[in-house]
Design a protein around this ligand. Structure first.
Ligand code: NAI
Length: 650
């Protein structure tokens, strides 16, 4: 069988899964494994080692098969055959052991991995749970608390953590296959260990299942799979093995056929397919080992942090040396917070900070093949920055702007070669948020685009290509539904009702809580700038302007759409009064909105604006719009995105 190689050497059976790129457990691999069990059982050998070709063990099932009726041999049967083999089976893990890959490893009698391996059950990310005994074997190998974390979060753990928790028997230090052979021989000599399913649950602290469920329900924002994974583990904690296995399979099959799983599969493929133009750009990207950043405020410091943590040297320019020092400490604080959170090691944090230099002299940027500007959102300030860059930078340097709304084409015209200008629109916090809108101006060339793509890859971000318009893809669609939400306020809704409807739908936060968090001033400036161009007959709500005029600029001012005097967002009668006055001024009678009506309006507005964005060629594909809303604006992933919900797909 091409996908699974079976070899016998020195009394050991070697089973190598070779199904690039990630050794997914497709039908041919399952058949190959079944064949391996039969062949090796009949051979005169001591033990078997199963491993993956290349740098991965097995990264999971074949996702394309998941939406289809299952084809035999089923993975649970393959794994049961391995576990029941009279030979000890060892899983030799040289990279990712995820989903079905980890289930396979758990069905073996022992596991060894290289230190860089990652082990996890990411099924919940695509709307399902492990379906081949994963939730039944796992708590027989690791404490229940670890099992809950792995199966409900979908996040993998490191080999070291897996070893400490009992998921691995050994860590390989030098030669994985030689050490796996030694482990297999040891097991053969000592007698085959009990398969996981024949073991007792790992002793550990008593789990408060109700508390776990309440917490998870809140965190999963309406997604079903994490709760089903928890329920399956709970069952594994008390019911007999056979019953739990059957229950897990039932949940798996039901979820695999659910609308939620279909939506999550759509997002999975939309994320991988995003940024087509970058993949097609036929040019070599600029070298990203040294990058210039101009402006070290919220965004500049975040962008610099992202670059430093990805191993680039960064030179950051501020208005003067004092401001440069402040920017340096901002970056240092951000890195320190990442270290504290455990997102990066102390050594990596230290190395990152050592690769940062700061100053106020543009001449120091001359050897940076890419410069990203993140100065104030003011056309004149940015224009001046680009003029200076045009004068000091070599002709082939790529110059990018992080502007939220300004016209990239206007900025491009400040330099003699506009093909090297593009927008790189990061989201805040820039070292955390996964989305990167790569803005293609009318003159942006292939090299600039290829550089945007390479940068996204280096920073492990998801790039989406956007054309030039007010707000690109994300902010433009957000501005549209924010405007319509204000119309709903005029017509009878209140901010807390709209926020509750959005949260009930699965958004991380409602639009008003979001505005208070990021500040109302930038959008206010935007509206003022546009006021002279607004047609007199155009509908315009004045509520947000009135809040801004009253100094209610959001959390930073202690009040915005809500009042923060107590530290928490509280409904403020003053805001209700302003809204009611504005309803009266606009001559609108107030009606009661249900949560369903509110969401219907918001989704329709998103979809209408999304459609316009597509028709104008601002977005490449409908899936890109879904990716932007999900990864940048808190749209619930398990709903698939607004365009997917409207049936508009690639
Ligand atoms: P900020 O006000 O926090 O930082 C701007 C920084 O630029 C300040 O430190 C300022 O001293 C520096 N600066 C101003 N003029 C300069 C010059 N001529 N040379 C060097 N440094 C200069 O602003 P923030 O929020 O970081 O925004 C920066 C840019 O990023 C804006 O274009 C904004 O629209 C955009 N953006 C902001 C997002 C956000 O969530 N805050 C999200 C995405 C984009």
């Amino acid at each position: 069988m091409a996908d699974v190689r079976i070899e016998i050497e020195n009394g050991l059976g070697w089973v190598t899964i070779d199904n690039t790129p990630v050794n997914a457990l497709g039908r041919a691999v399952r058949e190959g494994l079944m064949e391996a069990v039969t062949q090796l059982e009949a051979a005169d050998i001591r033990a078997a080692v199963v491993t993956g070709a290349g740098a991965t063990f097995v990264a999971g099932a074949d996702i394309r098969e998941l939406g289809q009726p299952p084809v035999p041999p089923m993975l649970p049967d393959v794994l049961a055959a391995i576990a029941a083999s009279k030979l000890p089976w060892v899983a030799a893990i040289g990279g990712l052991a995820l989903g079905g890959g980890l289930e396979l490893a758990m069905a073996c009698h022992a596991r060894i991995a290289v230190p860089s391996a990652k082990l996890g059950l990411p099924e919940v990310n695509i709307g399902i749970i492990p379906g081949s005994g994963g939730t039944v074997r796992l708590p027989r190998l690791v404490p229940m608390a670890t099992a809950i974390k792995l199966a409900t979060s979908g996040k993998p753990i490191s080999a070291q953590e897996a070893l400490e928790n009992g998921l691995l028997d050994r860590l390989s230090t030098e030669d994985l296959l030689a050490e796996a052979a030694a482990l297999a021989s040891d097991l053969a000599a000592a007698g085959r260990p009990k398969p996981a399913l024949d073991r007792d649950l790992v002793a550990g602290d008593c789990v408060d299942w109700d508390a776990q469920e309440a917490q998870l329900r809140k965190r999963s924002r309406g997604a079903a799979a994490p709760l089903e994974a928890l329920a399956s583990l709970k069952c594994a904690a008390s019911a007999p093995v056979e019953e739990t296995l059957a229950g897990e399979r039932e949940r798996f099959l039901r979820l695999a056929a659910s609308a939620e799983a279909a939506a999550l599969r759509h997002v999975f493929f939309a994320e991988r397919g995003a940024g087509q133009a970058l993949k097609q750009a036929e040019a070599a990207p600029a070298d990203l080992s040294r990058v210039g950043v101009i402006g070290g405020g919220t965004m500049g410091a975040g962008i610099a942090t992202a670059l430093l943590l990805a191993g680039s040297q960064v030179h950051l320019i501020e208005r003067d040396t004092a401001a440069a020092e402040i920017a340096r400490s901002r970056v240092a604080d951000t890195i320190a917070a990442s270290v504290k959170r455990g997102a990066v090691t102390a050594a990596k944090g230290e190395a990152a900070l050592a690769a940062l230099s700061t100053g106020a002299d543009y001449a120091a940027l001359a050897d940076c093949p890419l410069v990203i500007e993140a100065v104030f959102e003011d056309l004149d300030v940015k224009r001046q920055v680009f003029e200076t860059l045009g004068a000091v930078m070599p002709d082939d340097a790529i110059l990018a702007t992080n502007t939220s709304y300004l016209d990239v084409n206007v900025l491009a015209r400040t330099t003699k070669d506009p093909s090297r200008i593009l927008g790189l629109h990061f989201f805040s916090p820039a070292h955390v948020m996964k989305l990167l809108e790569v803005v293609r101006g009318e003159a942006t060339g292939a090299r600039a685009l290829a550089t945007g793509g390479a940068l996204a890859k280096r920073l492990r971000k998801i790039p989406v290509v956007a054309g030039v318009c007010d707000g690109f893809i994300g902010n433009r669609i957000m501005a549209a539904y924010r405007r319509d939400c204000e119309f709903m306020l005029e017509e009878g809704a209140l901010p807390q009702q709209i926020d509750a409807a959005m949260q009930g739908f699965g958004f991380a936060m409602g639009i008003y809580a979001v505005q208070d968090m990021s500040g109302l001033d930038i959008a206010w400036a935007q509206r003022k700038a546009r006021a002279p161009h607004r047609a007199p007959e155009e509908r315009y709500a004045h509520i947000a302007d009135r809040l801004c005029e009253a100094g209610r600029l959001g959390r930073k001012a202690g009040k915005g759409w809500y009042d923060y005097a107590t530290g928490k967002a509280e409904v403020d009668p003053e805001v209700t009064r302003i809204i009611e006055e504005e309803s009266a001024r606009a001559g609108r009678s107030r009606k009661v909105f249900t949560e369903a009506e509110i969401m219907e309006r918001i989704l329709t507005t998103m979809q209408r604006e999304g459609q316009a964005v597509l028709e104008e060629g601002i977005a490449e594909r409908p899936g890109d719009i879904d990716v932007v809303l999900i990864t940048g604006y808190g749209f619930p992933r398990h709903k698939g995105g607004p365009m997917y919900m409207a049936g508009i797909t690639d």
